[in-house]
Design a protein. Structure first.
Lengths: 191, 501
């Protein structure tokens, strides 16, 4: 281990930790889980730092890693350290999640959560992480063209879900409080 | 009523709060703990099981594997080229007329993937033309391919600093092969030129490509096989060429637009103009296409016969609202054709073997529960009527990239299918796919092949999909694999046996 490696990793950590934290918070709400997953992602990055692509591509590498850590994250794997515990405690004290702004957002969130995992992930990566087609292709291991097509399909399916779960007499945008939108199948965030 | 709020509007987190909490000293303590752990210890279950092989392997310069002397020569050549065209930059308007570079020799193109498995050639299994396709792993970087004859193929390709969109382009080159893709040479294009994809080669020495020169839309041509280039400016108000077809060395027809991808991020080109030259780029005419201005693709089998496909302006976000237009007088008048019901246009490609027979890629919905998948449609009346073709049942979730017709009956289409594979360290959810027809599209068959796990795949995407394909004559085709934009090489697929009678 060299100081140079540590310094370069510190730069990456400084730049990427809010982005990876946001990525995980969008997919998990438990502060303990989030802290554990973020710690795991950066631990893997530290181990494999010399294998990382460098430059802007490092962030995509971290997204790919975070995605896989999320997929594998089970209760039996949790091993909290003191540092992870402090991060979890801080997360618990901070209001990082926001309530949906209106009924349209509630419906959209519920419908998003009801989509298949692949659709949900590409929509979130594009809409919330702000990745473009090329970056989506890198994270999802497909060509930019395939990513654009997948994104288009996912958007179409979300549109259908929202349409099917919106009362015919009202528009999502109108937000009729007396009419509960027919709920999509799953709950948001933890799907 | 089915409008979905913008995804960003229902982001479940407060990014400002996240930014602030990420700056808390607790994260600094976490950093100290992470870097304080021994590097040689056992890796985690997540790392072993799921962390993918490095999806990107960092900025790879085109010149990294070139001998330093050759690099110096190339740099000198670029300086000469830059000097030869600098005189035209004496006004704020950029190029005022064509400029030609001096003659240069070809540069040998070799790729050595240090520390990787050696390149090689594998024979493929083709149920149409048994054992006639093969793949070679040492092609040029991913790009657009055009083969004007069985003896000559060209690829226009750029070298980028990374695979990230918007990454710096290090150089752009025209690669040429005279042995159906087995070996390649390269000709760097003038510094400042950036191709936007379209490449069309009318003859063994004649190629044209649309792009920009110092940001100004131009047509780049060569009439000596790449030894020299001429840059032709055209009215900037027409926008950038994104589809180009040159049926002869003098006549090139293209689609140009000021804006793309603004309609729901589905790759639409809006307000397309038909740009045409009949004197090799010396002068241009521009005209709208009578119906469906948002055209996606165009192909001209002759200087007079062209077909264009795209979207109805009324609703460019409706993929099934496709339009097709055909002309028999070089674009002066257009006639509307009829697409098959339910056939959608998305990033479509078009290939016309002659003035009557064309094939196009598109979309169709809900085939056996697969959702929207790629499809092909064919015409035998010059584009006035089209019928959708049935794709092979053994191609799950096909995503077509390109199509090329060598004759009225023989066409080949490239893309990917949803068959997972592992090549090298990369585990991909899809595989390269190649299908062909020898009866004008009535039946299509898949060329089945598997990539050896030892094939070089340093960039992880080399065998995920096949992109550009060109078939200069019957049973002579070359296709280029798709790969990350920073990948220094892409596989080349070659068909080179006569069709059995």
């Amino acid at each position: 281990m060299t100081d140079d490696r540590k310094e370069r990793f510190a730069d990456l950590y400084q730049f990427a930790r809010p982005k990876i934290l946001a990525y995980v918070l969008r997919r998990r709400s438990s502060p303990a889980d989030v802290a554990d997953i973020v710690a795991e992602v950066f631990t893997i990055a530290w181990r494999r730092f010399e294998d990382m692509p460098g430059g802007d591509a490092n962030l995509l590498w971290l997204y790919v890693t975070a995605r896989h850590v999320l997929e594998n994250h089970g209760r039996s794997l949790r091993r909290y350290s003191a540092a992870v515990g402090r991060v979890a405690e801080q997360l618990a004290r901070t209001a990082t999640h926001v309530e949906p702004a209106d009924e349209a957002a509630i419906v959209a969130q519920l419908c998003l959560a009801s989509l298949p995992e692949d659709d949900r992930e590409i929509l979130m990566l594009a809409g919330w992480e702000g990745l473009n087609s090329s970056e989506l292709g890198e994270v999802l291991r497909c060509t930019p063209t395939a990513a654009r097509l997948r994104l288009h399909r996912a958007r179409a399916r979300l549109r259908v879900e929202v349409f099917d779960n919106t009362p015919a007499s009202s528009s999502v945008a109108l937000g009729h409080s007396s009419t509960e939108p027919a709920p999509c199948a799953a709950t948001p965030r933890e799907a | 009523v089915n409008r979905v709020p913008a995804l960003g509007s229902f982001d479940p987190i407060d990014t400002g709060a996240v930014q602030r909490v990420a700056e808390h000293p607790a994260f600094d303590a976490l950093f100290d703990e992470i870097v304080g752990r021994p590097l040689g210890g056992p890796s985690t279950a997540s790392e072993d099981a799921t962390t993918p092989p490095a999806p990107l392997t960092g900025p790879i310069s085109h010149y990294r594997v070139v001998h330093p002397v050759r690099l110096g020569v190339a740099a000198l050549l670029l300086v000469v080229v830059a000097a030869s065209i600098a005189f035209v930059l004496n006004s704020p308007g950029g190029l005022q007329g064509p400029v030609t570079t001096s003659w240069r020799a070809a540069q040998p193109f070799t790729r050595v993937l240090h520390g990787r498995s050696p390149s090689g050639t594998w024979r493929l299994t083709d149920h149409l033309l048994t054992g006639t396709w093969q793949q070679n792993t040492a092609g040029p970087p991913p790009g657009t391919l055009s083969c004007p004859s069985a003896s000559t193929c060209y690829v226009m390709s750029g070298d980028f600093s990374s695979a990230i969109a918007g990454a710096q382009m290090l150089s752009e080159s025209l690669y040429v092969s005279d042995d159906l893709g087995a070996t390649w040479s390269s000709f760097p294009t003038p510094s400042g030129f950036a191709s936007h994809g379209p490449l069309s080669c009318a003859g063994d020495l004649d190629c044209a490509s649309g792009g920009t020169y110092q940001g100004q839309p131009v047509l780049l041509t060569t009439t000596d096989g790449g030894h020299s280039f001429t840059i032709y400016p055209y009215p900037s108000s027409d926008g950038e060429l994104y589809s180009l077809s040159c049926p002869t060395a003098e006549t090139c027809v293209g689609l140009a637009a000021m804006s793309t991808s603004t309609a729901g991020d589905i790759g639409l080109s809006l307000d397309a103009t038909l740009l045409r030259t009949t004197d090799g780029g010396e002068s241009f005419t521009d005209s709208p296409i009578e119906r469906g201005d948002s055209m996606v693709a165009l192909d001209c089998s002759t200087a007079a016969n062209c077909v264009a496909v795209g979207h109805a302006d009324a609703d460019v976000s409706d993929l099934t609202a496709g339009v097709v237009a055909t002309t028999t007088d070089g674009g002066a008048q257009w006639m509307s054709g009829q697409l098959p019901a339910g056939f959608g246009i998305f990033d479509s490609r078009l290939s016309c073997a002659d003035s009557l027979h064309c094939m196009m890629t598109g979309l169709t919905a809900n085939i056996d529960g697969q959702g929207v998948v790629s499809d092909l449609a064919s015409t035998s009346d010059g584009g006035l009527s089209w019928s959708a073709d049935a794709l092979p049942a053994n191609v799950p979730s096909p995503q077509l990239s390109d199509v090329a017709c060598a004759s009225a009956t023989e066409c080949w289409a490239t893309g990917s299918e949803a068959i997972p594979q592992q090549v090298g360290r990369a585990y991909d959810a899809g595989s390269s796919m190649l299908i062909g027809t020898t009866d004008g599209g009535m039946t299509w068959s898949k060329v089945a092949f598997s990539v050896p796990s030892t094939a070089p795949n340093a960039y992880g995407q080399s065998y995920l999909s096949i992109g550009s394909i060109s078939c200069p004559s019957t049973s002579v085709c070359v296709a280029l694999g798709e790969a990350a934009q920073s990948s220094p090489t892409a596989p080349v697929y070659t068909l080179q046996s006569p069709t059995p009678s």
